[in-house]
Design a protein around this ligand. Sequence first.
Ligand code: UD1
Length: 424
Amino acid sequence: MDKFIIKGGEKLSGCVEVSGAKNAALPIISAAILGEGKTILHNIPDVKDIRTIIKILEYLGASVKYSNNTMEIDPSGINRYTAPYEFVSTMRGSICLLGPLLAKYKKAQFSMPGGCVIGPRPIDLHIRGLQRLGVDVKIEDGYIIADARKGLKGNYVFLGGTFGSSVLATVNVMCASTLARGTTVIEFAACEPEVSDLANFLVRMGAKISGIGSPCITIEGVKRLNGVEYSVIPDRIETGTFILAGAITGGNICVKKCQPSHIGAFIERLVETGISVKTGKNFVRIKGKSEWKAVDIVTFSYPGFPTDLQAQMMAFLSLADGVSVITEKVFPERFIHAGELNRLGASIQLDGSRAIVRGVKKLFGARVMASDLRASAALVLAGLAADGTTEVSRIYHLFRGYQNFENKLRQIGANIKREKDTLQ
Ligand code: UD1
């Protein structure tokens, strides 16, 4: 296992380019199996989760070629329909293959994803949505056994849950209904840009989808979809992470090849702290300050403040002037990073699904442990701003979602290196 060693205090400056969106790439790669023929995808980030979905596709019998962020997928050899525990346990997002497998091959078996450090991860909405399309679903020996051999039939599907919409449930129902008989209307669909990117990809393949980007999506089933060429949108979470890396060090940075309109809620909150932000068609430039104001944050499904930037924003607010209240409405238990930030000198108190962040003047380097993908990024940001040296262990979580992270940070002046970790 590797760890990061960060010498804090460098003001970051310069330009950094973001990679393709992992959370758009995963469902699009999965949906590629719907096509008759090969699909070529561009701007696929080289991160661990993408390597995992490649392994699953190859296990199913597909042929995948991947280099320089371009992927070619040929689904013609698929002859297995099961995603075993060893894959699903490392990446919960692999559930997005369920809808495509059912649409194309009419059967699928998936290991139940279970919970993870960010809290319970139910799949009731996925199951309910697929059942509405005529899928028989049984749970046996920790596996979801889904059978659509009676045929998929379009229907009205309401996908609202206790915590709002669900990204991957929307993805699964949308993919399953592309090849169903008749029309499907998904109400309370997730509006995240990654869902829209998938919908645009499906349309390119020949699907008939309207209402893309809205909470009501209509899909008219078609007989077949074709393999196509497509480029995935930039990663909005990586964009926000680099913006915060600049802001937390008081630096001036420009994040390029991004889509500022996808992070409106985040930019609005950042401006509220007093940071100067300039956006263009595909860049965001920020001018950091030595002091910034506390703000309250409520995470919400898109277009609200993204839960996947909550941990990084908490690191930034831990150095703000005043008290910030962060309320987590998507994953109410997603605060495991708060304790680690406190090890660096932050003052964060948890109260159910809220975190009270009392801004401190300084953070101090220490040894901390990453617990999940975005929490790892938050600890790195805090380390960049802290006095002295911070060691972040278990950074394998971070490589699930950030391509070339430390090199990109070094490019804008961070003092960060990767070393073997003796701590297991
Ligand atoms: C996706 C993202 C993840 C992001 C999350 C929320 C991928 C690969 N992952 O995960 O990075 O943090 O969206 O933006 O795209 N829920 C239910 N029942 C369900 C499904 C979800 O109650 O059947 C709840 C969840 O527990 C959570 C909320 O709905 O409280 C939103 O989760 P969801 O949008 O489904 O997250 P994912 O799609 O798994």
